[in-house]
Write a protein that binds this ligand. Structure first.
Ligand code: GLN
Length: 268
């Protein structure tokens, strides 16, 4: 547990390079929800060449990025920050990677003859496919909590746009695709999770469209259960979540295992 006496402390890795598709909105959302609840909030930008403190933060955050920016950050991440990131995860801090950031948490991202190394905190690798996997996406996740309970099945909705296809090794997916492509467009798996090391392809940004998930992160960071967080008026946030789910249902093919069985049986 990473209790921080009422302050959520976030390390924002490579804010200048890993920040596409409004991924900085994830941090703005966390900041607002902490402030509305009179919880403290600290965000520390950690860029190329900077040292990373394994003990100073509750969440280590990596957003998405173009291949070129990823390659730039990957070399630095592996050389300068991998050990601290691993130590932080070991003590129970959250490591959250979105899309390009997610890919860098695995062993490597292979683009033809080029190989972008990852930190290997998640047993997975990514290869460049033909064409991009783009569109609105909805997945179902059930996350364990510190107290031994789980969140129960919940929808995460967002937007994906990636050329990489991620192949999981000995690691669980974050969730199951209901609508959209997910890790590779065919397995029905989306993202990956080992303990509190979480990777997902969901931009959106992710957290404003899924505030239940944001509150799981906040609660863990400040050492309470989500039920103990002061409630907020989430009517707009709930509407954003519902709208993102509707968009996924309207526009993206359904790759859930059930849908694939139905399609095979001619009932798709
Ligand atoms: N460059 C990576 C890919 O295309 C990640 C893109 C992203 O972060 N959206 O697969």
């Amino acid at each position: 547990m990473t209790a921080s006496r009422g302050t959520m402390r976030v390390a924002w890795l490579y804010p200048e390079h890993l920040n596409i598709y409004a991924d900085r909105g994830n941090l703005l959302l966390l900041e607002r929800r902490c402030q509305w609840r009179e919880l403290g909030w600290e965000v520390t930008p950690v860029g190329l060449g900077d040292a990373l403190d394994a003990d100073a933060h509750d969440v280590y955050y990596l957003g998405g990025g173009q291949d070129r920016d990823q390659a730039l950050c990957a070399a630095d991440l592996v050389a300068k920050k991998r050990d601290a990131l691993a130590a932080a995860a070991e003590r129970g801090a959250t490591v959250l990677g979105i899309c390009g950031g997610y890919q860098l948490l695995g062993h490597e991202y292979e683009l033809g003859t080029e190989r972008i190394p990852g930190v290997g905190l998640l047993d997975l690798r990514t290869v460049r496919g033909t064409g991009r996997l783009i569109g609105d996406v909805e997945i179902t996740v059930d996350l364990p909590r510190v107290d031994g309970t789980t969140t129960g099945p919940h929808a995460l909705a967002g937007f994906e746009n990636h050329g990489g296809r991620t192949i999981l090794g000995d690691v669980a997916p974050l969730g199951t695709v209901v609508h959209g492509h997910g890790n590779d467009g065919e397995s029905g798996a989306e993202g990956a999770r080992r303990g509190q090391i979480i990777g997902t392809y969901l931009h959106g940004p992710l957290l404003p469209k899924n505030v239940w998930f944001a509150d799981e992160l906040i609660a863990r960071a400040v050492g309470v259960t989500p039920a103990e967080l002061p409630p907020l008026d989430d009517r707009l946030e709930d509407a954003a979540h519902a709208s993102a789910r509707r968009a996924a249902q309207r526009s993206a093919p359904n790759h859930s295992p059930l849908a694939r069985v139905r399609a095979r049986l001619g009932r798709g």
